[in-house]
Write a protein that binds this ligand. Structure first.
Ligand code: PLP
Length: 428
């Protein structure tokens, strides 16, 4: 049956229904490329919203899912446990910064953040500080699309301003401006701005939330590890929990296993998703330190953490996450990421013509992430089609043309991606 007979009832994300064209159908993939109906293959510069870190059809990940499917596809985690959940929780405690000893599973990055926020509010409630029930977030933040998450996304430039009347009101500090390699003094102004909000509102603030080092969907804004260290000190001073949303940055994206590793900072709560399963199944983990966890040990009914997504700890997801982590470590992905980073530095950051182009306002690179920021979104109109004609799948966000490739991307393919990104500005 041909798909051209009638329009598909699939409602696509972030799509303008009036102007959208039929989405090409993906029938498979291998390595960093996916294959469209009709045989066209596209080199994926985004690894499918940053999660397919091993690329498509990785034999070990596929085999792990098959094997687990033969044993146990699903069972509730309420009152029951199973080996993949237990092993994954232990593995995550091992690889994350020292002190994050407790793991709460859920099914997506947004829900993982909802869990983190509820945990923070209930933590203060249980310690007799019920007034600390607001959150402090940063401008340019993106933490997900559920209501709780929308309320902590950038309220102006983020895509949720339409829902302002529907959402709870939280506090925001300016987005950090010091670059990744800034000297400690250069983050002083950013930290002073954070301190100002905390001084005024700490009595009402349960937690400071941030995407450490890389504010991703809000414009690929990169900042310094010194900012994370300063934020940690401020949170301790004002009795505010520090929550790192490492949904995008986790599992190597910034060049270290976690962004927190660059700063040697342990947050009180850390959220992982996207790369957690290598993108093969939706899942998330919210990790907490002893201080947060132990506040929930008590006699009253309120001491139970009242959350429990149906699919939390799904055995298939846990099993493939374990395999993803094993491949990551055994095949030394951090050195692959370093190799991709060198290509991105050389081909984009060091390209004077690109940086000087009148449509380009900035070029930034961190780990296996690179962005060409244009002055206006209009400068990027048509870039997706243009790239597709050249065999590359690019999907800019607003005025940001970026790549977050799969870590198995060969250096030649990485250069193909940077060529197309640059070519849009320099070769038309
Ligand atoms: C993608 C993302 C989320 C939301 O994850 P979903 O799985 O799409 O719900 C949250 N935080 C960050 C930093 C993200 O990049």
């Amino acid at each position: 049956m041909s798909s051209t007979l009638s329009p598909s009832p699939v409602w696509h994300p972030y799509a303008h229904l009036k102007s959208q064209r039929p989405a090409p159908k993906v029938v498979g993939g291998e390595g960093p490329r996916f294959i469209l109906e009709g045989g066209e293959t596209l080199l994926d510069a985004t690894c499918s919203w940053w999660c397919m870190i091993h690329g498509y059809a990785h034999p070990r990940l596929v085999a792990a899912i098959r094997e687990q499917a033969g044993e146990l596809c699903h069972v509730m985690l309420g009152g029951l446990s199973h080996e993949p959940a237990d092993r994954l929780a232990r593995a995550l405690v091992r690889v994350t910064p020292e002190g994050l000893n407790h793991v709460f599973f859920s099914d997506s990055g947004s829900v993982g953040m909802e869990v983190a926020m509820k945990m923070a509010v209930q933590y203060h409630q249980l310690r007799g500080k019920p007034g600390k029930h607001r959150l402090l977030s940063l401008m340019k933040a993106y933490h997900g699309d559920t209501a709780g998450c929308m309320a902590v996304c950038d309220p102006e430039e983020g895509m949720h301003s339409l829902f302002a009347g529907y959402l709870p009101q939280h506090h925001f500090a300016p987005a950090p401006t010091a670059p990744f390699d800034a000297e400690p003094e250069a983050v002083a102004a950013d930290l002073a701005a954070l301190r100002e909000v905390l001084e005024r509102h700490h009595h009402a603030i349960a937690a400071l939330l941030m995407e450490p080092l890389l504010q991703a969907a809000g414009g690929l804004n990169m900042t310094s590890p010194h900012y994370l260290q300063g934020a940690r000190r401020l949170c301790d001073e004002f009795d505010v929990l520090l929550v790192f949303d490492e949904v995008a940055t986790g599992f190597g994206r910034t060049g270290r296993m976690f962004a927190a590793n660059h700063a040697e900072v342990t947050p009180d709560i850390m959220v992982l998703s996207k790369g957690l399963t290598g993108g093969y199944l939706g899942h998330a983990a919210t990790l907490a330190n002893d201080r947060v966890h132990d506040a929930f040990i008590g006699d009253s009914p309120e001491h139970a953490f009242l959350h429990g997504p149906t699919f939390m700890g799904n055995p298939l997801a846990c099993r493939v996450a374990l395999e993803s982590l094993a491949v990551f470590e055994e095949e030394d992905y951090l050195s692959r990421i370093a190799a991709l980073n060198r290509v991105l530095q050389k081909e984009l950051l060091a390209d004077e013509a690109l940086r000087a182009h009148p449509a380009v306002s900035d070029v930034r690179v961190l780990g296996a992430t690179a962005v060409i920021e244009a002055h206006a979104a209009g400068e990027l109109a048509g870039v997706g089609d243009w790239a597709r004609e050249r065999g590359v799948w690019l999907r800019p966000i607003g005025r940001w043309l970026y790549t977050m490739p799969a870590y198995i991307t060969a250096e030649d393919d990485m250069r193909r991606i940077t060529e197309v990104m640059k070519g849009w500005f320099l070769m038309r």
